[in-house]
Write a protein that binds this ligand. Structure first.
Ligand SMILES: NC(=O)c1ccc[n+]([C@@H]2O[C@H](COP(=O)([O-])OP(=O)(O)OC[C@H]3O[C@@H](n4cnc5c(N)ncnc54)[C@H](OP(=O)(O)O)[C@@H]3O)[C@@H](O)[C@H]2O)c1
Length: 202
């Protein structure tokens, strides 16, 4: 059995389930077309309900879509106020690929939780900075997957459906964009070489 399918069935065993809701290719390297075709088979068999990718640029998405039969349903990419992904979001939304933000809080980097503009919005809306960020992403139709180990913060992160940011406030947050990744640059050749040294067993 090819590596992708073997890895998938091992995951099912470990999770003690007989299907997965969503399965992603984590990074756009090596034999992504081979993995994708295996995932297409698993999707057609009904053992995965949605298939997608992560950290793919628009060009890499176009490559995958052009030379295969099923387009990715999700692309999970670094997206937060310092890396806003506007161009990539437009491409994904035009092609019905759901954008999912990883590290919506930039993993706390750049003092995001005390960033003055975000703090002033939080005070005005009587919300936390985390809630302002999540609301801003949701209003852009970006799916969010914030991580917290703290039950109070998990509840806080869900409580973002009782207010809306104005267009003007959305535009103000847009000014924080640095236009490049803060955490992981998947186009960096050195990163690709590094990942290549860490071969995962399948
Ligand atoms: N596809 C990929 O390549 C990729 C790469 C990285 C991450 N991810 C995924 O993305 C998800 C989230 O990303 P992440 O964990 O890297 O970063 P993140 O969600 O941006 O930040 C997590 C940090 O924010 C803190 N936090 C959470 N809620 C908060 C709140 N309401 N107020 C203040 N602090 C808060 C957490 O601390 P506490 O836990 O102490 O609350 C944690 O330190 C994870 O599921 C991860 O697996 C995917």
């Amino acid at each position: 059995m090819p590596g992708t399918k073997r890895a998938f069935y091992r995951s099912l065993e470990r999770l003690q389930t007989d299907y997965l809701d969503l399965y992603l290719i984590h990074q756009p390297y090596s034999d992504v077309h081979g993995s994708w075709r295996a995932m297409e088979d698993l999707y057609r068999e009904g053992v995965i309900k949605a298939i997608g990718v992560s950290n793919f640029s628009p060009a890499q998405l176009a490559d995958l879509m052009t030379f295969n039969s099923i387009a990715p349903m999700v692309n999970q990419v670094e997206t937060h106020p310092f890396c806003q992904q506007w161009q990539a979001t437009d491409f994904m939304q035009q092609h019905q690929i759901t954008i999912e933000a990883w590290a919506p809080f930039a993993e706390g980097k750049n003092d995001i939780f005390t960033q003055p503009l975000l703090v002033s919005l939080a005070q005005r809306y009587h919300k936390s900075v985390a809630q302002i960020i999540l609301r801003w992403l949701l209003q852009r139709n970006v799916v969010v997957i914030p991580k917290s180990v703290n039950p109070q913060r998990i509840a806080e992160n869900f409580s973002v459906f009782d207010f809306s940011l104005t267009e003007q406030d959305m535009a103000t947050i847009a000014t924080l964009d640095l236009g490049k990744p803060l955490i992981a640059n998947h186009a960096d050749p050195e990163r690709i070489k590094f990942i290549g040294t860490r071969r995962f067993a399948t």
